[in-house]
Ligand binder design. Structure first.
Ligand code: HEC
Ligand SMILES: [Cu+2]
Length: 267
């Protein structure tokens, strides 16, 4: 009797160690290049080029409106870009950044039951785990120690199974021609968002009157006012608006890309 109890206790410890939540659960997806490259993205805000890969099975499922299947691994490859002497990213004939070296692989994976053993105050993302790997596919301990930030930033996207680029994955992201967004054309908003910048960066608004933002970029954005309102995530060709009732100067950022900054002066 005594022996059995001890054995059970030992086994219990072993089992809980093996299933404990965390980035160690994700193995480097060394076959990600065999999947679908479903988005490439220039990031002027941090001078990166990004490639987003998904298995064909996941693309097929979301195109049919089905949930992202268990076993799906999404891989985001962060590249440095070629720059001129002033540090401005160089562009190819299509106006796109030119990738240089892989900086990191950030990966998210969904498996049945994953996430259940996080503590109750963890910003759990359904059954997803997150991990960071180096250029050559080794776990990045510093990135992984900070993996709570992955959960926190993806958490507001629960409606789309925490995948921020879902509209790209399922093919519903507005095409450039569909929204008639042309470079330099007048926009429908008070603030235009182009190349990850708010134009103008500082705007004056009237208290109690809506301010409109227009997204011209090939990626979603979201206005988040410090100690104030936050808009929905909106895609290219879409508008979002917010209203501030109290006069004052308000700083805001993009909730998806916090290095994007703007100011609203409410009079
Ligand atoms: C500041 C907010 C933020 C943080 C923190 C963050 N992400 Fe993301 N993530 C994004 C955005 C925005 C995208 C859409 C692509 C883009 O704009 O680069 C994205 C996309 C992804 C994708 C592609 C699938 C998708 O959801 O669109 C993966 C994989 C990913 N992130 C993994 C991670 C991992 C791993 C971490 C933690 C190390 C992390 N992310 C932390 C904002 C964030
Ligand atoms: Cu943004």
């Amino acid at each position: 009797m005594h022996v059995t109890k001890t054995l059970l206790a030992v086994c219990g410890v072993l089992v809980s160690t093996a299933v404990f939540a965390g980035p160690e659960k994700i193995k480097f997806p060394s076959d990600y290049l065999r999947g679908v490259l479903y988005q490439t993205l220039d990031r002027p805000d941090n001078k990166q080029y990004r490639e987003l890969y998904a298995p064909a099975s996941a693309v097929e499922a979301v195109k049919k409106g089905q949930p992202i299947p268990y076993g799906t691994v999404l891989t985001l490859v962060q590249w440095s870009v070629q720059q001129d002497a002033q540090g401005n990213p160089l562009k190819d004939p299509n106006g796109r950044f030119i990738k240089k070296d892989i900086l990191a692989h950030t990966v998210m994976q969904k498996e049945q039951g994953w996430g259940a053993d996080y503590p109750s105050d963890w910003p759990r993302n359904g059954e997803w785990e997150y991990a960071v790997f180096t250029a050559d596919g080794q776990p990045n301990p510093k990135g992984n120690a900070n993996n709570k930030s992955c959960f926190t930033c993806h958490l507001p996207h629960a409606k789309q199974d925490f995948v921020i680029s879902l509209a790209k994955l399922n093919g519903t992201f507005p095409k450039e021609g569909q929204t008639l967004v042309k470079k330099g054309a007048p926009r429908g908003g008070d603030v235009n968002i182009a190349s990850f910048a708010f134009l103008p960066a500082k705007i004056t608004a009237v208290a109690g009157k809506a301010l409109t933002f227009f997204n011209s970029d090939d990626t979603p954005h979201q206005i988040t006012v410090a100690n104030g309102p936050r808009t929905e995530v909106f895609l290219r060709g879409q508008k979002a608006s917010l209203t501030i009732d109290k006069p004052g100067e308000y700083n805001y950022i993009c909730g998806l890309h916090p290095s994007m900054k703007g100011v609203i002066e409410v009079k």
